[in-house]
Design a protein around this ligand. Structure first.
Ligand SMILES: [Cu+2]
Length: 574
């Protein structure tokens, strides 16, 4: 009888979506080993655990000492690094090298970009030696792709990486078997409305020496997207290595609002945030389980946070309004951002474009892959130094100039009307579980969507142009940011339920009222935070293209280990 490698589950036996057994010892070691070294070094990496429901920090020290000896690479103590000595890098805007025919209309010429993935060494902080990373076109983050709504473009993604991975590949993970080339890549533009062949389907990876030309029609509203690797079984490693960048779509409507921008985009700044663990030589230290034959860990938190690729940078600003497009590009960390002087800011946009109206906020919460479009007004703070913080951790410093400037930008009280999707429009409601599974020896763990593995038959097959409600039932103790490719959706509500009753009798018993999304989540989204013990309902219109896409958890360690499923949009019969 064929057996699934990860679970030892006979393949003809249906998965049990309700299997939420406690974390095994080995799994516990995997979960905690990631943090051991950094905690011993006095790093701040344990901090996200203190604020997440999955709080396991107090047992870390003992566990770290229990681990088998490994070659010693000591984690950097980030408190040893001087603050605010490097300027904030602003990634260069990618330039098109030529025009090429559109794959849809051969008479139409589109800008063509060639972006090469290659190894690079980049200084992350003044006092660290250069760090080996994998880049798009030699920089991490890669060059910013900028376009306008309806202006299609072509990108040839070229894999010029070394043949061996420099981070620990786990060959037990589905899609990362020994025979697969280690340095395989496939690029995905997160939030892009693209034909299926250009979406970066995880199995359509290519090896060094190969390339793929993708077509981005950009038939979508102005928004902040981002591109990153999506190769089956090693996405977490390829993104950790540095394969990420920003992709901005603009449009006439947004231009008419006169939001801060500047002639050269100097007041409209993409800010990619992600954490990494560095060793004392400034080199990337991806956490490992302690078992060299199965190095996968279920969570990854770093000891430093990078802002556009620098640790603790500073940014010299004029006393005026700035637009900051913040992208959480971390493997697993969430950010709770605020300014050190308590300065309020306005959120004007979410994952896929502008909100209906600006929202005044003193802090903003972003889970992996979510974006927040912020306006910060420095005009009343001439000469001040203001720190952007993630809870108590310093991220970067704004240095406000003293000389007054004229600011012709504005933030209108009404931004973009948002058509509300009504529940009555939905033709299907799907109840989909978010679960975790240990194997029968209590060894390895994987996370499952609807109790199914990547290889199980496709079960979500919405009709093109139909609307559906997806109820995400989180049976785990973790928050999972769930992302659907291609489409945009709205959050309907979140409602707590009795997890015990559900596991015992598969009975969905609510324990509280359904809560609408926060005001700053009430725009178009492509990633939604699914809280533990909560049913999160989203309403989705499946328009754009028919074909095969994926939906998955954006905690990259989960995504790589089965928390990703294909789905297929079916063209309606003519
Ligand atoms: Cu997850």
């Amino acid at each position: 009888m064929p057996v699934n490698r990860l679970t030892d589950r006979p393949e003809d036996q249906p998965p049990d979506p309700f299997d939420v057994r406690p974390v095994s010892r080995r799994r516990f070691l995997q979960r905690t080993a990631a943090l051991g070294a950094a905690v011993l070094a006095g790093a701040s990496s344990a901090e996200p655990l203190r604020s997440l429901p999955m709080c396991r920090a107090p047992r870390l020290l003992k566990t770290a000492l229990e681990l088998p000896a490994q070659p010693q690479r000591i984690a950097l103590n980030p408190t040893s690094l001087a603050r605010f000595v490097d300027p904030l890098p602003i990634p260069a805007v990618a330039r098109s090298s030529e025009q090429r025919a559109s794959p849809e209309h051969h008479s139409l010429k589109l800008p063509y970009y060639r972006i090469e993935m290659r190894e690079t060494r980049q200084t992350l902080h003044r006092d660290l030696p250069p760090t080996r990373q994998w880049s798009y076109d030699g920089s991490v983050p890669g060059p910013t792709l900028e376009t306008r709504s309806g202006q299609g473009l072509l990108v040839e993604w070229v894999n010029a990486l070394p043949s061996q991975h420099f981070l620990p590949v786990d060959h037990n993970i589905h899609g990362a078997e020994m025979q697969a080339p280690q340095s395989r890549t496939v690029a995905h533009v997160h939030g892009a409305r693209v034909p299926p062949g250009s979406d970066g389907y995880p199995e359509l990876w290519f090896a060094p020496g190969h390339s793929a030309q993708y077509h981005y029609p950009n038939q979508q509203d102005a928004s902040t997207l981002w591109y990153h690797d999506h190769a089956m079984g090693i996405t977490r490693l390829n993104i950790f290595a540095g394969l990420l960048g920003t992709f901005i779509v603009r449009d006439d409507f947004e231009d008419s609002l006169r939001l801060p921008r500047g002639e050269h985009g100097e007041y409209d700044i993409p800010l990619m945030l992600y954490d990494r663990t560095l060793d004392r030589d400034g080199q990337l230290l991806y956490p490992e389980s302690g078992d060299p034959t199965a190095p996968w860990v279920p969570e990854c938190y770093g000891n430093v946070t990078l802002c556009n690729g620098k640790i603790f940078p500073y940014f010299e600003v004029e006393p005026r309004r700035y637009r900051l497009r913040v992208i959480n590009a971390a493997n697993g960390r969430f950010f709770n951002l605020a300014l050190s002087n308590g300065l309020a800011f306005q959120q004007i946009g979410t994952d896929l474009g502008l909100l209906e109206a600006p929202i005044a906020m003193s802090h903003v919460l972003l889970f992996p892959a979510e974006r927040a479009d912020l306006i910060i007004d420095f005009s009343a703070h001439r000469g001040e130094q203001i720190v952007l913080k993630n809870q108590h951790e310093d991220l970067m410093q704004f240095r406000v100039a003293t000389t007054p400037v004229e600011d012709r930008s504005q933030v209108p009280t009404r931004l973009r009307p948002i058509e509300r999707l009504a529940e009555a429009q939905a033709v299907t409601t799907r109840l989909l579980t978010l679960g975790e599974r240990d194997d029968y020896a209590g060894n390895s763990a994987s996370m499952l969507l609807d109790g199914k593995h990547w290889d199980d038959p496709i079960s979500e097959r919405p009709l093109l142009d139909s609307t559906e409600i997806w109820s995400l039932l989180n049976l785990t103790g973790d928050v999972h940011p769930i992302h659907l490719h291609l489409v945009r959706f709205q959050i309907l509500d979140r409602r707590p339920f009795d997890l015990f009753a559900y596991n015992a009798h598969r009975e969905l018993r609510y324990t509280g009222p359904a809560l609408p999304p926060a005001a700053n989540e009430a725009g178009w989204k492509d990633t939604v935070r699914a809280d533990p013990g909560v049913v999160t309902r989203i309403i989705v219109r499946f328009d754009g293209y028919a074909g095969r896409y994926v939906w998955h958890c954006h905690l990259l360690e989960h995504e790589d280990n089965e928390m990703m499923r294909p789905y297929e949009i079916i063209a309606a019969r003519s």
